[in-house]
Unconditional design. Structure first.
Length: 263
């Protein structure tokens, strides 16, 4: 059963000439992470950036499988995008978008997968989740209070800053906008990729854009990408890492906008 995802809506700046663009963020993120990029991509298309289940303002649910996340995106496409959309997903959101394309190809006009491949990964984010769950929110009256408390478990300052965007402050009280219990319980599923989807391949247009300095969608994953997405175009932004859209926003927007307009 899909959940109705919270979302931000960006009207096209010009006459709409393309399908809407539905954006799905990655693990620990939320739709507003793409706010600036979504505004820039809303040229001849409407853009909808959702909060994935158990993230942001979207409903919490104990299930966190890619099949369930794909159902959420299909529901969002029908409710918010007229039933068919170009779908862009980063990391976890990219896997959800791929699952949607393989299971309900009629909903996906084109797929953009950002720094992710349809393969399982070995690295785990359980340590981050457990550090967040173990944070004494009673000691936090502003986000900056939480930063040093998480530094031991999450040493990368940029990653901490990203994660702390999901720490909501209201009237001096802190609350996570993440269902950390569900993320911890489903981490194995989040790191994997479904192997028994109804569709053997998505024949539609697909663009796999990855960071040249990231190993998430490195060349060893390309045969699997091409097996499931035979029309895939695979490109790298050299020197960029996993968060290439944040590191190289101008190049990211240019590549995605140009590819979509070229369809």
């Amino acid at each position: 059963m899909p959940v109705a995802l919270a979302h931000l809506d960006y009207a096209a700046a010009e006459a709409e000439a393309e399908p809407p663009l539905l954006i799905a963020h990655g693990l620990f993120g939320q739709g507003r992470n793409f706010h600036t990029l979504a505004r820039r991509l809303a040229t001849t298309r409407r853009v909808v950036a959702v909060d994935m289940r158990n993230h942001g303002a979207s409903p919490w649910d104990p299930v966190m499988s890619y099949e369930a996340m794909a159902e959420d995106l299909a529901d969002a496409a029908r409710r918010l995008c007229g039933g068919r959309a170009n779908v862009l997903g980063h990391s976890m959101g990219g896997k959800a978008a791929m699952t949607l394309a393989l299971s309900e190809p009629g909903v996906v006009a084109a797929l953009v997968a950002v720094d992710i491949a349809p393969v399982p990964y070995r690295h785990s984010h359980l340590g981050y989740v457990r550090a967040m769950r173990g944070l004494d929110l009673g000691r936090v009256t502003r986000r900056s209070d939480a930063d040093p408390l998480l530094a031991g478990a999450i040493p990368d300052a940029g990653l901490r800053a990203f994660i702390l965007q999901s720490l909501e402050m209201k009237e001096g009280r802190a609350k996570w906008r993440l269902n950390l219990a569900a993320l911890e319980a489903n981490m194995e599923a989040i790191l994997s990729f479904p192997s028994d989807l109804p569709g053997s391949a998505y024949e539609g247009p697909a663009f796999f854009l990855h960071g040249g300095a990231s190993d998430y969608a490195a060349p060893p994953t390309h045969p699997r990408i091409r097996a499931l997405f035979p029309a895939a175009e695979i490109e790298a932004i050299e020197g960029a890492g996993h968060w290439l859209h944040a590191e190289r926003p101008d190049e990211f927007v240019g590549r995605v906008d140009g590819w979509l307009k070229g369809l």
